[in-house]
Write a protein that binds this ligand. Structure first.
Ligand code: FEO
Length: 395
C-alpha cells in the first residue's frame, strides 16, 4: 500500500489486508481490514506510530524506505496486540537507535509478548508529551479500549488523534479517508460490537478525554481515517449510551422444528405488537451480525432445544459470546422445547448473567408447542411490550 500524506510531514505507512476473513481466530472480517501505521516527522526527530501485523513487515519496511528514512528515533506503541506491535522486533533490529515509547502496562506486555529488551523502552504517563521539533505528541493513557494497556497519541499541531483500535473498522479499502460514512457505518458498528462493546465504560472515559482536545482528524489503526471526527464520535455516543431500541434479538437453533415453530410464532407476535425483531438461525448466522443487533436490542430471547441434558451447543456458544460482549440489553428470556428434561433454561440464564439484565419468561415446553404453549409466547410478547414502554427509542 502506498505512502500517503495526512498533513505536512505526517504520513500513512500502513497496509491493507484485503483477504483476511478471520481475526484473532475468532472474529469474522468479511470486508478484510487494514493495519494503519503513521510517521510523524519533526524538525529534530522522527516517530513511527504503531507498526503492522508481522505478516506485512516487508510492506511496512518498503514504505519507510519510500520516505527515505535513514533513521528512526521513536516507535510509539499504543497497543501491545500483535497486529500493531508485531513488527517491533524487526524494526528494532533495523533501527538500532530507535527508542520504544509505551505506557507502563504496555511495556510489561511487549517485554513478554515480543521479548523487547527493557533498555529499548521509554515509558510514558498520561499527559506526557514528546517534542519532535514542531510536532508534539501527547500520550493519552486510555486503558481497556481493547486491552488494559491501550493508549492514544495526539499530535497537537495538526490535531491528529492516533486512536489505535478505538474508532476502528475492519474494512479493507483503498480510500485513506472516509468519503461516505454510510459505506463505513456497518463495518464500524460491527467492529464496535465485537471489539469495544465489552469495554463500554472505558470507551466512554476515553471519549471524554478525546472531547477535551481539539481533534481535527481521527486516525485509527484499522479502516479509514476521519476528517470529520463527529461522524464516528456521534455513532459511538449512541452505541455507548444507555439507550436501547424497541428491538428484540432472537438467536435460535432448532433440531426437529418445535423450537423453530415457537420462534416463528413469537416473531410474528412481536411484529403484530409493533416491536422490531431479528431472529438469527445459529446454524448459519454470522456471529458478528448477531453482536451488531445486540448493540441496540432492548431484549434478547434465546431459543434453543435441549440436547441430552442441556442447551444445543450452538446456543451455548452464542450465549457465551453475548455474555462476554456485554451488550446494554435490559431484558433476557429463554424459549424452546425439550424431550425429557434438562437444565437448558438455567444454563443459558447463568451464561447470560454478565449482562445484568432482568430475566422474563421463560417459555420452555415439552415437545411440539401446543396452543397453550403458543398462548404463553403471546403473553411473553405482551410482557416485552410493557417492559419496553418508556425505556426504548424507536429503531
Ligand atoms: Fe487491532 Fe486489539 O488490536
Amino acid at each position: 500500500m502506498a505512502v500517503r500524506e495526512i498533513a505536512p510531514d505526517v504520513y500513512s505507512v500502513g497496509v491493507v489486508d484485503w483477504d483476511l476473513r478471520l481475526f484473532d481466530a475468532l472474529i469474522g472480517t468479511p470486508e478484510g481490514t487494514s493495519y494503519n501505521a503513521f510517521v510523524v516527522r519533526g524538525t529534530e526527530k522522527t516517530a513511527l506510530i504503531d507498526t503492522v501485523d508481522p505478516k506485512f513487515e516487508e510492506d511496512l519496511l518498503k514504505n519507510l524506505m519510500r520516505l527515505r528514512m535513514a533513521s528512526l528515533d521513536y516507535i510509539v506503541i499504543n497497543h501491545a496486540e500483535q497486529d500493531h506491535s508485531g513488527t517491533l522486533p524487526l524494526l528494532l533490529e533495523m533501527f538500532p537507535a530507535a527508542t520504544v515509547i509505551a505506557d507502563e502496562k504496555c511495556r510489561d506486555l511487549i517485554e513478554h509478548l515480543l521479548q523487547v529488551p527493557p533498555e529499548r523502552i521509554q515509558t510514558v504517563k498520561d499527559g506526557d508529551t514528546l517534542d519532535l521539533g514542531g510536532k508534539t505528541l501527547e500520550f493519552i493513557v486510555s486503558p481497556w479500549v481493547h486491552w488494559p494497556e491501550t493508549m492514544l497519541t495526539f499530535e497537537k499541531e495538526d490535531g491528529i488523534l492516533f486512536s489505535c483500535d478505538l474508532f476502528g473498522s475492519h474494512l479493507a479499502t483503498s480510500e485513506l479517508f472516509v468519503k461516505d460514512f454510510t459505506t463505513v457505518f456497518h463495518a464500524a458498528k460491527r467492529y464496535y460490537a465485537e471489539i469495544m462493546m465489552p469495554f463500554r465504560a472505558s470507551v466512554k472515559a476515553a471519549m471524554q478525554k478525546v472531547a477535551a482536545r481539539d481533534v481535527v482528524v481521527i486516525a485509527p489503526s484499522h479502516g479509514p481515517l476521519y476528517r470529520d471526527p463527529s461522524l464516528i464520535l456521534d455513532a459511538y455516543e449512541d452505541w455507548t449510551s444507555d439507550a436501547v431500541k424497541n428491538l428484540v434479538l432472537v438467536p435460535y437453533v432448532s433440531m426437529h422444528g418445535s423450537t423453530a415453530k415457537m420462534v416463528s410464532f413469537f416473531t410474528d407476535a412481536l411484529i403484530e405488537r409493533g416491536v422490531e425483531v431479528r431472529p438469527y438461525d445459529l446454524t448459519r448466522a454470522d456471529p458478528g451480525e448477531v453482536a451488531m443487533t445486540a448493540v441496540d436490542a432492548a431484549t434478547i430471547v434465546f431459543a434453543a432445544p435441549t440436547v441430552l441434558f442441556g442447551p444445543h451447543p450452538a446456543a451455548v456458544y452464542a450465549a457465551y459470546l453475548l455474555g462476554a460482549l456485554k451488550p446494554k440489553t435490559k431484558f433476557v428470556s429463554v424459549i424452546g422445547s425439550f424431550g425429557w428434561g434438562g437444565r437448558t433454561v438455567q444454563y443459558l440464564t447463568d451464561t447470560l448473567a454478565p449482562l445484568k439484565a432482568e430475566m422474563i419468561g421463560p417459555v420452555y415446553v415439552r415437545g411440539y408447542p401446543t396452543p397453550e404453549d403458543l398462548s404463553a409466547l403471546a403473553d411473553l410478547a405482551d410482557t416485552i411490550v410493557k417492559k419496553h414502554e418508556g425505556i426504548v427509542t424507536e429503531p
